[in-house]
Design a protein around this ligand. Structure first.
Ligand code: FE2
Length: 430
């Protein structure tokens, strides 16, 4: 039965874990014994092709009370009407876009029904691309689970804690932490504080990994030991459970006569994890100029072109600014990569106002962007003593594929965002 005890975790990014919630449930020395303990069913979940190179091969073996294969046909799901990557049919103007936080969801809205898709690129069927959704929820998911066949899910809370009950264990996270649920793993979300808001990054492409460190060396940025994977946990509930599945961009539903969170033991390296962003070892200049923001990459999903990410997840955490003779905020910029930003807390150092926690912005391929007038003026005139940026946490979802914007998002965009860059004084030549 459901335990309210604090979950326990195994540490390490991408490790090969072995865990059982009932002693003796996990086979030893083999994956698929003729008769698993207690009559459990053996199931392999493959997150990569069988033949993927060893360092990219991801799969786990699950030992469960019933096989996932036992279900009736899926039919279209009528809920979550704004959780869709259908983009506006009009051509997309090359405008910078910014959004205020979502209004609170109507009472009785759970994590899935409270999802609103804002931007997306590519097609999930191509196994490339990324979508960014916002969530606003005020009700636990009870007797229903969600599963995304289209991609892995990076959950980025902005307000309120989440209790994520997955097939492979329970994770608790709150603002400042992130969690990842692999493609195809079923889970439900409870809200210990009764309501929650945040971001959901849906990665259709290669699974997120830690970036290479190059000359940084063997340590730094997100260190592998700080990633936490839950131990096996299950619920034994014989009552109707709805399974909502996202599949090829649409939502589908079927009902089981039991909770599918019935995995008693598992082993492998395809598993959910959580990570505390305050553990990120932030690296920056100690001389002049600041490095490109790729120095703040927490996770990367590569495309097939070396060095060009399908999606990078990048953060702008509290950090010291010490650069001499340096304009310290993000500079003016145009980029072939497309940049979608969210704000978890505080103020973002390139925007003095208008970008609220829970909001979103989009600077798509080759859009001119950078500090707003007020931030530019302050940074240009500031005394360059060491300064610590504190009490702020922003993030960026950067992709090599330009984002499309949903009709819902286009209708919500701030009408005056361009004014952030109005009235810069003209340079005075000698
Ligand atoms: Fe940029």
């Amino acid at each position: 039965m459901l335990s309210n005890a604090t979950p326990t975790y195994l540490t390490g990014f991408g490790g090969h874990f072995a865990t059982e919630a009932v002693p003796g449930a996990l086979p030893q020395g083999r994956n698929s014994p003729q008769r698993p303990a207690f009559g459990l069913y053996t199931e392999q979940v493959s997150g990569s092709a069988f033949t993927a190179p060893r360092h990219e091969n991801k799969r786990s073996w699950l030992y469960r009370m019933r096989p996932t294969a036992d279900h009736r046909p899926f039919t279209r799901y009528a809920g979550a009407p704004r959780f869709t990557a259908d983009s506006a049919t009009e051509p997309l103007a090359p405008n910078r876009l910014r959004w205020d936080p979502l209004p609170a969801a109507p009472e009785g809205t759970d994590f899935v029904d409270g999802l609103v898709t804002m931007v997306a690129n590519r097609d999930p069927a191509h196994l490339e691309g990324v979508a960014v959704h916002l969530y606003s929820a005020n009700r636990d998911m009870e007797r229903r689970v969600f599963v995304d066949a289209d991609g892995e899910l990076l959950i980025v809370p902005q307000g309120g804690r989440l209790d994520i009950l997955s097939e492979l264990g329970r994770l608790e996270i709150g603002p400042g932490q992130i969690a990842l649920v692999p493609r195809g793993i079923r889970f439900r979300v409870r809200l210990p504080e009764g309501r929650a808001t945040g971001y959901l990054v849906e990665n259709y492409g290669a699974p997120f990994r830690l970036p290479d460190l190059g000359p940084i060396g063997a340590n730094g940025l997100a260190n592998p030991r700080d990633f936490e994977t839950p131990v096996a946990w299950f619920e034994d509930r014989d009552e109707p459970f709805e399974v909502i599945q996202k599949y090829l961009g649409s939502l589908w539903t079927t009902t089981l006569d039991h909770s599918p969170l019935d995995v008693v033991a598992w082993h492998g390296n395809l598993a959910p994890w959580r990570y505390d962003l305050s553990r990120f070892n932030t690296i920056g200049t100690v001389s002049f100029d600041h490095p490109d923001p790729s120095i703040f990459t927490v996770l990367t999903s590569p495309s097939e072109t070396p060095g060009r990410a399908n999606v990078d997840f990048v953060i702008f955490p509290p950090r010291w600014m010490v650069g001499e003779d340096t304009f310290r905020p993000p500079w003016f910029h145009r980029n072939v990569m497309s940049e979608c930003m969210g704000l978890i807390s505080g103020d973002y150092d390139a925007k003095a106002e208008g970008f609220a926690p829970g909001g979103l912005s989009l600077h798509n391929m080759m859009s001119g962007h950078g500090p707003d007038v007020e931030s530019w003026r302050k940074a240009s005139e500031a005394e360059l003593k060491p300064v610590k940026i504190e009490g702020t946490l922003a993030f960026m979802v950067e992709s090599c594929w330009p984002f499309r914007v949903t009709a819902e998002a286009l209708g919500r965009a701030q009408s005056d965002y361009d004014l952030a860059w109005a009235d810069f004084p003209k340079a005075k030549l000698p």
